[in-house]
Write a protein that binds this ligand. Structure first.
Ligand SMILES: Nc1ncnc2c1ncn2[C@@H]1O[C@H](COP(=O)(O)OP(=O)(O)OP(=O)(O)O)[C@@H](O)[C@H]1O
Ligand SMILES: [Mg+2]
Length: 161
């Protein structure tokens, strides 16, 4: 791990992601035991991978599960031009100077949400390497440019398709 990272912060749920909450039940008709399987994985803080042909209901399923588990859902559509900064965040210049802006993955880790990386195979490997430490037992997200390490709260879950 980068030796410059001194701080490990534990994040907790707050109201920041209320815009990402799903207000009404997305209709989903189970085809097997996927709802129970997802709930078990969520309780065990295990990441999930959804596989299936286009139109089979992956997006609808994850929307339904976010509603069912009462969690905000942050969806990221992966593409080959995506960079690690697009996921994690970057410093941007504005009138007050250089300000850090959390990327969508960082928002989900910092405030607690289900983060859905749609079509992750479209992204380059050097982009998706940042998710490794979130998918194993460490459940941390290093923000190297910011010299900060975020520890995912219990309600954070990573889902890929
Ligand atoms: N089990 C299901 N229950 C209810 N609706 C479903 C189900 N499966 C599919 N649908 C319907 O099919 C539509 C397409 O599903 P969805 O967008 O979730 O597919 P997808 O697997 O995410 O496809 P893609 O790979 O193209 O993103 C949904 O909008 C929904 O209307
Ligand atoms: Mg989809």
């Amino acid at each position: 791990m980068n030796r410059g990272i001194a701080e490990i912060r534990t994040s907790a749920a707050d109201g920041t992601l209320d815009d990402f909450r799903i207000a009404s039940e997305p209709y989903y008709r189970p085809v097997g035991e996927e709802i129970e399987l997802f709930e078990a994985a969520y309780a065990a803080r295990m990441p999930m991978m959804l596989k299936g042909p286009t139109g089979c209901g992956k997006t609808r399923f994850i929307e339904h599960m976010a509603w069912r588990l009462k969690q905000p859902l942050i969806t990221i559509s992966c593409h080959e031009d995506m960079t690690a900064s697009d996921l994690v965040g970057r410093y941007l210049l504005d009138a007050e100077g250089t300000i850090w802006h959390d990327g969508p993955l960082t928002l989900a880790v910092r405030h607690g949400a289900i983060c859905y990386l749609d079509e992750i195979v479209e992204a380059r490997q050097d982009t998706t390497v940042v998710i490794h430490s979130l998918t194993d037992d460490r459940r941390i997200l290093p923000l190297e440019k910011k010299n900060e390490v975020l520890r995912a709260p219990p309600n954070f879950q990573l889902v890929i398709s």
